[in-house]
Ligand binder design. Structure first.
Ligand SMILES: Nc1ncnc2c1ncn2[C@@H]1O[C@H](COP(=O)(O)OP(=O)(O)OP(=O)(O)O)[C@@H](O)[C@H]1O
Ligand SMILES: [Mg+2]
Length: 496
């Protein structure tokens, strides 16, 4: 067994082997650093140690110079910014597994979605977010999703920048109110436009307006390394948006899709460029449309060659679609319950996804202690390691939330705050359409210089006619410098 875990090159230590219920100090179970871009799954029932396992991996990755991104759903990961506290229980456990425990804090950057909560505000523009992800947030059906795609395409091709929620609402309202333009869009009914508009209004009333707009987060800011060579641990604080699970899980997917679009191909590097932990991953997959699932699968498959590792964290492997599961090289399975017939089914399904071993996994998985897991990873040669019952090491940072004052201090000293701290509201679709609808000014505005020639007049230009409006709209669009080719996920990004 221990031969199967003796790797060449730097390794992330997970814990020690258990044999006959006793830890075997010195028999280390770990995962090669260079295999972190081959993805993984951390699963287990509630309270079994999933979050501490993330913390353990994340702090070692950081120490070895790899930036990490984590979503903190329950607020307990903020402890990574503080050194751990040596309780008697902790030291005893450490001694039992031969861990020479000492406390250490990590270099942490805190983020908050739209600035809700303590953290540097994270925002994305509507146009960057794109129709596929937005459909997931709005819970649209397939027809409505493709209609939303048409609306985005209409805005993209008509110089109507969609930065925030009111931009998209204004464009849809405009289409509803202007039948001759709506007809030109083709395949979009007034009724469906109305349904989407109502869904957007509901989303706004839930307070989602803050997430959409500028300044848009540049995902390359997640790739920072400190001057002393440690990877920055980026923690997205989510407790404030817990009641909007579709929103935050989709936002995480946007971050990943955006990183995917931005990073160069690197093949299989010696160590990953970034490891991305997707906690509460079931939220991403439940009720997801086929195009959405296809996009996740494709992103996960392809992002590996950009040196980015993705770890999904959820209660059972059943929460993750088979196509995605098949791409996860590492498995850290904490205890499962077998109280109900459904539990029993999930347990059987979990066992069937593991490679063959001498363990009676159905029994072992229900008997694992807290902070123990059944582990299999990819070796340094890329083959699955033997399934190993493992007692995990204790994280060196705090296993409880950091003092709120510590978090506040880090946020207010963040070098990113000047860049993202304040929302900005630029000229975009809402303002452009409002100006169009307003009565013309008494004195004509000076005509700006004509931008370079372009091909066909767009539907909107044909309808709007006015050259003042045309150049106004065009210069607004080009000043945003948007490159409106949409990626796998229908996300778009600024040309950088
Ligand atoms: N590796 C470990 N070393 C020491 N103690 C641990 C370890 N893992 C878990 N524990 C203990 O178990 C408790 C629960 O762990 P954790 O919060 O990680 O569970 P979880 O699976 O994330 O639960 P939930 O599903 O509720 O989020 C921790 O507060 C800690 O006391
Ligand atoms: Mg947890």
């Amino acid at each position: 067994m221990t031969n199967g875990y003796g790797f060449e090159g730097p390794t992330i230590q997970l814990g020690v082997l258990m044999a006959e219920g006793e830890p075997q100090p010195g028999s280390f179970i770990g995962m090669p650093l260079r295999m972190f871009n081959r993805h993984g799954l951390v699963a287990g029932a509630t309270g079994t140690g999933k979050t501490k396992t993330l913390q353990l991996m994340a702090e070692q990755l950081s120490a070895q110079g790899v930036p990490v991104f984590l979503a903190d759903i329950k607020g307990d990961l903020s402890g990574m910014a503080s050194p751990g506290q040596p309780s008697e229980g902790l030291l005893k456990r450490a001694q039992g597994i031969g861990q020479d425990w000492s406390s250490a804090a990590c270099p942490v950057e805190f983020y908050a979605l739209g600035g809700l909560g303590e953290g540097v505000p994270l925002r994305a523009t509507m146009t960057a977010f794109g129709p596929t992800l937005l459909s997931k947030v709005l819970d649209l059906n397939d027809t409505q999703e493709s209609s939303l795609g048409l609306i985005f395409h209409f805005a993209d091709t008509n110089g109507l920048p969609l930065l925030d929620m009111k931009d998209l609402r204004a464009v849809i309202q405009y289409l509803i109110d202007t039948p001759e333009v709506l007809k030109g869009v083709g395949g979009l009914s007034k009724q469906t436009a109305g349904v989407i508009l109502r869904a957007l209004t509901n989303l706004s009333s839930e307070g989602a307006d803050q997430f959409f707009g500028e300044p848009e987060f540049d995902t390359r800011d997640l790739m920072r390394v400190t001057p002393d060579g440690r990877g920055v641990v980026s923690i997205l604080e989510l407790p404030a948006v817990q009641d909007r699970p579709a929103m935050f899980s989709t936002f995480l997917m946007w971050l990943l899709a955006d990183l995917f679009g931005d990073m160069p191909e690197v093949g299989d590097p010696d160590k990953p460029k970034l490891v991305f932990f997707f906690d509460e991953a079931h939220l991403l997959f439940t009720d997801a449309s086929k195009p959405f699932l296809r996009s996740i699968t494709q992103t996960v498959r392809l992002i590996r060659s950009k040196g980015i590792g993705v770890f999904f964290v959820t209660q059972t492997p059943k929460d993750v679609p088979a196509d995605v599961l098949a791409q996860l090289g590492a498995r850290i399975q904490h205890a499962l319950r077998a109280f109900t017939p459904q539990d029993a089914k999930a347990l059987k399904a979990t066992v069937s996804t593991f490679p063959h071993s001498d363990y009676d996994l159905e029994e072992l998985l229900t008997q694992l202690g807290i902070g123990e897991a059944v582990v299999t990873v990819l070796s340094d040669r890329g083959v699955p390691t033997p399934v190993a019952w493992t007692r995990l090491l204790a994280p060196r940072s705090l296993m409880a939330p950091s003092d709120p004052a510590v978090v506040r201090g880090i946020v207010s000293a963040s070098p990113l705050l000047p860049k993202y701290g304040r929302p900005i509201d630029r000229q975009s679709a809402y303002e452009l359409l409002a100006a169009k609808m307003a009565p013309p000014p008494a004195v004509p505005a000076p005509v700006p210089a004509e931008p370079p020639r372009r091909q066909e007049p767009t539907v909107l230009e044909a309808v709007f006619g006015s050259s003042i409006f045309k150049s106004f709209a065009r210069s607004a669009a080009s000043s945003l410098g948007r490159e409106l080719s949409r990626s796998i996920f229908g996300t778009a990004r600024r040309r950088r």
